[in-house]
Every structure is written in structure tokens, then in C-alpha cells.
Design a protein around this ligand. Structure first.
Ligand code: HEC
Length: 161
């Protein structure tokens, strides 16, 4: 469902595939030239630990509402002077509204991340963080979170860059 209703999300998806998809994935943990954009609508700017943003975007500190997305998609270098996003400007306001409507449909669960940006395994997170005298639980939780099995979805996102 589209949260932002001033545009047509179906048309926005087609525009996205032409104008954005070559640089942006829609899977948390998988970045291309640009950061992945699942859940971007309403998200804090530059929040992914596994993407190396420009200083300008890191300093922006806003949320990606339609008001912020619109001028950024129109011409990102006017908004962030040292922007790393080498995308063509999109002068057509109705195309931008369609893309924003599409972005607002992109919702998926994201694994919880530890302070270094690595996914925390749910099973580990459920264990008590206080060490007890049982061997099994005496290791700090932090170590266990790092011993993640090699399943692709559990790998640190940085491996994919
Ligand atoms: C040529 C590659 C490229 C294209 C095409 C591109 N982007 Fe980007 N995008 C990037 C890069 C690189 C960044 C990081 C910018 C920075 O750090 O300054 C970015 C950042 C973003 C961000 C901020 C993400 C965040 O985590 O704060 C949004 C939103 C975004 N792009 C949307 C779009 C949309 C929508 C389109 C299509 C209309 C698009 N981009 C086209 C490369 C691209």
C-alpha cells in the first residue's frame, strides 16, 4: 500500500527501475553504488552502517519524507553539495511524485543490528545478556552475536560490497 498518495506507485515503480535501480537495491544489507532503499520512506537519512555516505548526507540529519525526497530526487547536488549520488536530475514533478509514492510502498522487516551494524541473530538476542555460571551462558552475548553461521542472510552486509 502506498503511504504517499499524491503519485501513482505503479508508474513510480517503472520510473524507479529506469532511473534508480542500477544503483539501488531493495534488500537490507545489499548495497550497490548507492545504499539499499527498502523502508527509506520516513527513515532517518544516512542511517545504514554498511554504506559510506558523503559527509554532506551524513550531516543532513533529516527524515526522508516526501518534502525531503522531492528536491533530492529533482537534483540531489543542489541539496547536498558534495553528494555522491551521480544521478540525472528529474525535472518532472509528477514523475517525482510517482517515484515517491513507490518508495512509500517499500516495507520489509529489517534484522536488528548491533552497534557495528551487523545483524543480530534473533535466537542470540533472546538469550539473557547477564552471564550466569552455566557454561552455555557464561560467554558475553556479544561474542555469540559475532559467531553467526555462514548463511547468506546472516553475513555482515559489508561482504557484499
Ligand atoms: C548513479 C547511481 C545512482 C542513481 C541512478 C540513483 N542513486 Fe540514489 N544514491 C546513490 C548514492 C551513491 C547515494 C549516496 C549519496 C551520498 O552519500 O551523498 C544515494 C542516496 C540516495 C538516497 C539517500 C539514502 C539514505 O540512506 O539516506 C535516496 C533516498 C536515494 N538515493 C534515492 C534515489 C532515487 C529515488 C533514485 C532514482 C530517481 C536514485 N536515488 C538514483 C546513487 C544513485
Amino acid at each position: 500500500m502506498s503511504v504517499y498518495e499524491a503519485g501513482d506507485a505503479k508508474r513510480g515503480q517503472l520510473i524507479y527501475e529506469e532511473a534508480c535501480a542500477q544503483c539501488h537495491q531493495l534488500t537490507p544489507g545489499l548495497n550497490k553504488k548507492g545504499p539499499q532503499l527498502m523502508n527509506i520512506y520516513g527513515a532517518k537519512s544516512a542511517q545504514l552502517a554498511d554504506f559510506d555516505y558523503s559527509d554532506g548526507l551524513k550531516a543532513a540529519g533529516w527524515e526522508w519524507t516526501a518534502e525531503k525526497l522531492d528536491p533530492y530526487i529533482e537534483d540531489n547536488e543542489k541539496v547536498i553539495t558534495d553528494s555522491k549520488m551521480l544521478a540525472d536530475p528529474m525535472p518532472d514533478a509528477s514523475e517525482r511524485a510517482d517515484v515517491i509514492a513507490y518508495l512509500s510502498t517499500l516495507r520489509a522487516p529489517v534484522p536488528a543490528l548491533d552497534e557495528e551494524g551487523f545483524p543480530i541473530n534473533d535466537a542470540d538476542a533472546a538469550k539473557p545478556s547477564v552471564a550466569t555460571d552455566k557454561d552455555e551462558q557464561s560467554k558475553p552475548l556479544r561474542d555469540e552475536a559475532l559467531e553467526i553461521p555462514a548463511g547468506a542472510e546472516n553475513k555482515p552486509a559489508a561482504d557484499f560490497q
